[in-house]
Ligand binder design. Structure first.
Ligand code: NAD
Ligand code: PRE
Length: 312
């Protein structure tokens, strides 16, 4: 999949130059995938940072200026902004341009964006499944997507040629490309990414509530598993608010199953059912091994790359 040498774009316009947008800008430059890379950013500070980092050639406040002459436009803002941005840039998109995104949810994104895509413009929604808990243009890096999945979720406005072009783009950046329906994507990501984040936010919040009882002990003894949760729970509040509001059904469905399974564990602890606990923990340990064996990374590389990036 996506083995062809990608087309070199004339102008790539990145709308929202945070962690993901700036990582794409860096990767586009590193792999020579465009003549020009530009961005749109709301604040003067972000535009100045993007220019100082030399990751874009021009930075605009008005996204319609950024998309002028662009043959690839990538929405990289929180998903809650997509509808308004698509409405604004729709009329300014060039004929023949390819519009895509990086949003962590897909059905709602297709629903919000597609109505604003003019005839003669292709739209292929996408989700690079790679990130960190950090935000902003300085947090990005060119190989963020290397060896990671990028899921394309084609819809009505996606031609085969546009899907192939986007596949080649992400492959050139180093990602493994997969295609699936937006609905399937949202169910899978609800359990592999969205619910885990909700659990992290919740456990850190609960521990924080307990601080009054335990004084500083929550911080003092948080060297183990809890520390991993605090990394995830440090993720951007706007981005995650928008993910939960825009993948409501799938998250609630998975949360329902999760709650049932948690109740079963609670019951096993209450009634001293050691075998039940042991079997469950053995099953999950085997899953971790399978993930490591199937992946490109070792457990150590995975740990070093994402567990404590602030220690780099
Ligand atoms: N962080 C991750 O791990 C990750 C991974 C994959 C996909 N995503 C998706 O990528 C998108 C961006 O996430 P991020 O982590 O780069 O966030 P980020 O906070 O680092 O960057 C988002 C940027 O968008 C800007 N922005 C917000 N509203 C805007 C608007 N109306 N016009 C222009 N700019 C605007 C913000 O100021 C910020 O600079 C989200 O849709 C998210 O779901 C994130
Ligand atoms: O490593 C992290 O910090 C992430 O949470 C990255 C992560 C994920 O859940 O895997 C978060 C949201 C994205 O949409 C894709 C990737």
């Amino acid at each position: 999949m996506g083995q062809e040498r990608p087309e070199k774009f004339k102008r790539v316009a990145i709308i929202g130059i945070g962690l993901i947008g700036s990582s794409i800008a860096r990767a586009v430059r590193l792999h020579g995938l465009a003549d020009e890379v530009v961005c749109a950013a709301k604040t003067h500070d972000t535009r100045r940072t993007a220019l100082e980092l030399k990751i874009v050639d021009h930075a605009y406040e008005d996204p319609t200026e950024a998309v002028k002459g662009a043959d690839l436009v990538i929405l990289c803002t929180p998903v809650g902004t997509y509808g308004a941005i698509a409405r604004q840039i729709g009329p300014a998109l060039e004929q023949g341009a390819l519009l895509t995104d990086v949003g962590s949810v897909k059905s709602k994104v297709v629903e919000l964006v597609e109505p604003h895509v003019p005839d003669g413009v292709d739209f292929v929604a996408a989700h690079p499944v790679a990130g960190t808990e950090k935000s902003g243009p300085a947090a990005g890096f060119a190989d963020l997507f290397a060896g990671r999945w990028c899921i394309l979720t084609p819809s009505e406005k996606s031609t085969e040629a546009a899907i192939a072009k986007l596949d080649a783009f992400w492959t050139a950046i180093g990602s493994n490309v997969e295609k699936m329906s937006p609905e399937h994507h949202d169910l899978v990501l609800a359990i592999t990414s969205h619910v885990p984040h909700l659990i992290a936010y919740n456990i850190v919040g609960t521990a924080d509530d307990l601080q009054e009882v335990t004084q500083s002990e929550v911080i003092k003894y948080s060297a183990g598993g809890f520390r991993d949760f605090t990394r995830i729970a440090a993720s951007d509040p706007t981005m995650w608010r928008d993910i939960f509001l825009n993948n409501k059904e799938a998250v609630l469905e998975m949360l329902g199953r999760f709650t049932e399974d948690l109740t079963a564990l609670q019951r096993a602890i209450r009634w001293g059912e050691g075998d039940t606990l042991f079997q469950m923990f053995s099953r999950t340990r085997a899953i971790r091994r399978q993930i490591i064996d199937a992946g490109q990374e070792t457990a150590e590389a995975d740990f070093g790359r994402t567990a404590y990036p602030e220690d780099d």
